[in-house]
Design a protein around this ligand. Structure first.
Ligand code: C5P
Length: 243
């Protein structure tokens, strides 16, 4: 996979039209587009359908968390939309994750073997820290909970996890090379940090073992989104080059 294939741009924009305009500027320069809760709540699958129709890869970031039957049905719909990856909360438990995988298979029937979307687990939201976890009855450190939930997701047969840059190295060590790690919280050295607290540069996240990087505002709010994406891809290429 090339550096460009590993870059996912978060289209966190309020309308499908704004998302489309941004995607048009970035087509051919990045590997995938992420559509999340804001855009999906406003517009439903309009943006996803458009991107898939023009041949773009889509990460549907809805972080599903419900009873297994409901998650299975939603996963089936996600697969039918033709997305490349979608995610569920690992804390929904083993049966819910199994249901997500089953739905992904069902919705991909006819696409050919191995062409179902990747199903990723969200472990502990990076917005939660020490006291929040205690309040929720989660014992141990956030890092321990992240690794525990990621291991469960791996046992169930999920394809990977979404993880903060700070967690990548420990997860790669615990889960081995075959498990996909998708990492948001990326800021080029020159960029503003926005509201991201645990950040890493594109190069350091790749070197720590991330497979895909999710980048939003440093690209979508740049004066030239295409050039900003190219600069991040160049930094990733450097990190991928053998020393
Ligand atoms: O604009 P920015 O680069 O911060 O966007 C990062 C994207 O990754 C957002 O869509 C955000 O919801 C998502 N994300 C995150 N941190 C997580 C999980 C997802 O920033 N732990």
């Amino acid at each position: 996979m090339s550096a460009r294939d590993k870059l996912i741009v978060a289209l966190d924009l309020p309308s499908a039209e704004a998302g489309l305009r941004m995607a048009e500027q970035l087509r051919g320069r990045v590997g995938m587009f992420k559509v999340g809760l804001e855009n999906f709540t406003a517009e439903g699958p309009v943006l996803v359908r458009f991107l898939v129709a023009v041949g773009e890869k889509v990460f549907l970031d809805l972080k599903l968390h419900d009873i297994p039957n409901t998650v299975r049905a939603a996963a089936r719909q996600a697969a039918q939309l033709g997305v490349q990856m979608f995610n569920v909360h690992a804390s929904g438990g083993r049966k819910m994750m199994e249901a997500a995988l089953a739905g992904a298979h069902e919705g991909s029937a006819g696409r050919g073997a191995g062409l179902r979307p990747l199903v990723l687990a969200v472990t502990v939201l990076t917005s939660l820290a020490g006291e929040d976890l205690t309040e929720l009855g989660i014992s141990g450190s956030a890092e321990e909970a992240v690794v525990r939930l990621a291991r469960l997701a791996q046992q169930v047969g999920l394809d990977g996890v979404v993880a903060s840059p700070r967690e990548v190295a420990a997860l790669r060590q615990a889960l081995g090379p075959g498990f996909t790690i998708v990492t948001p919280g990326i800021r080029p050295a020159s960029a503003a940090t926005d509201d991201q607290a645990r950040i890493a540069t594109p190069g350091s996240a790749i070197r720590a073992g991330a497979d895909y990087l999710v980048v939003g505002r440093p690209i979508t709010e740049a004066p030239g989104p295409g050039a900003a994406a190219d600069a991040i891809v160049a930094e990733m290429e450097n990190a991928l080059r053998p020393a």
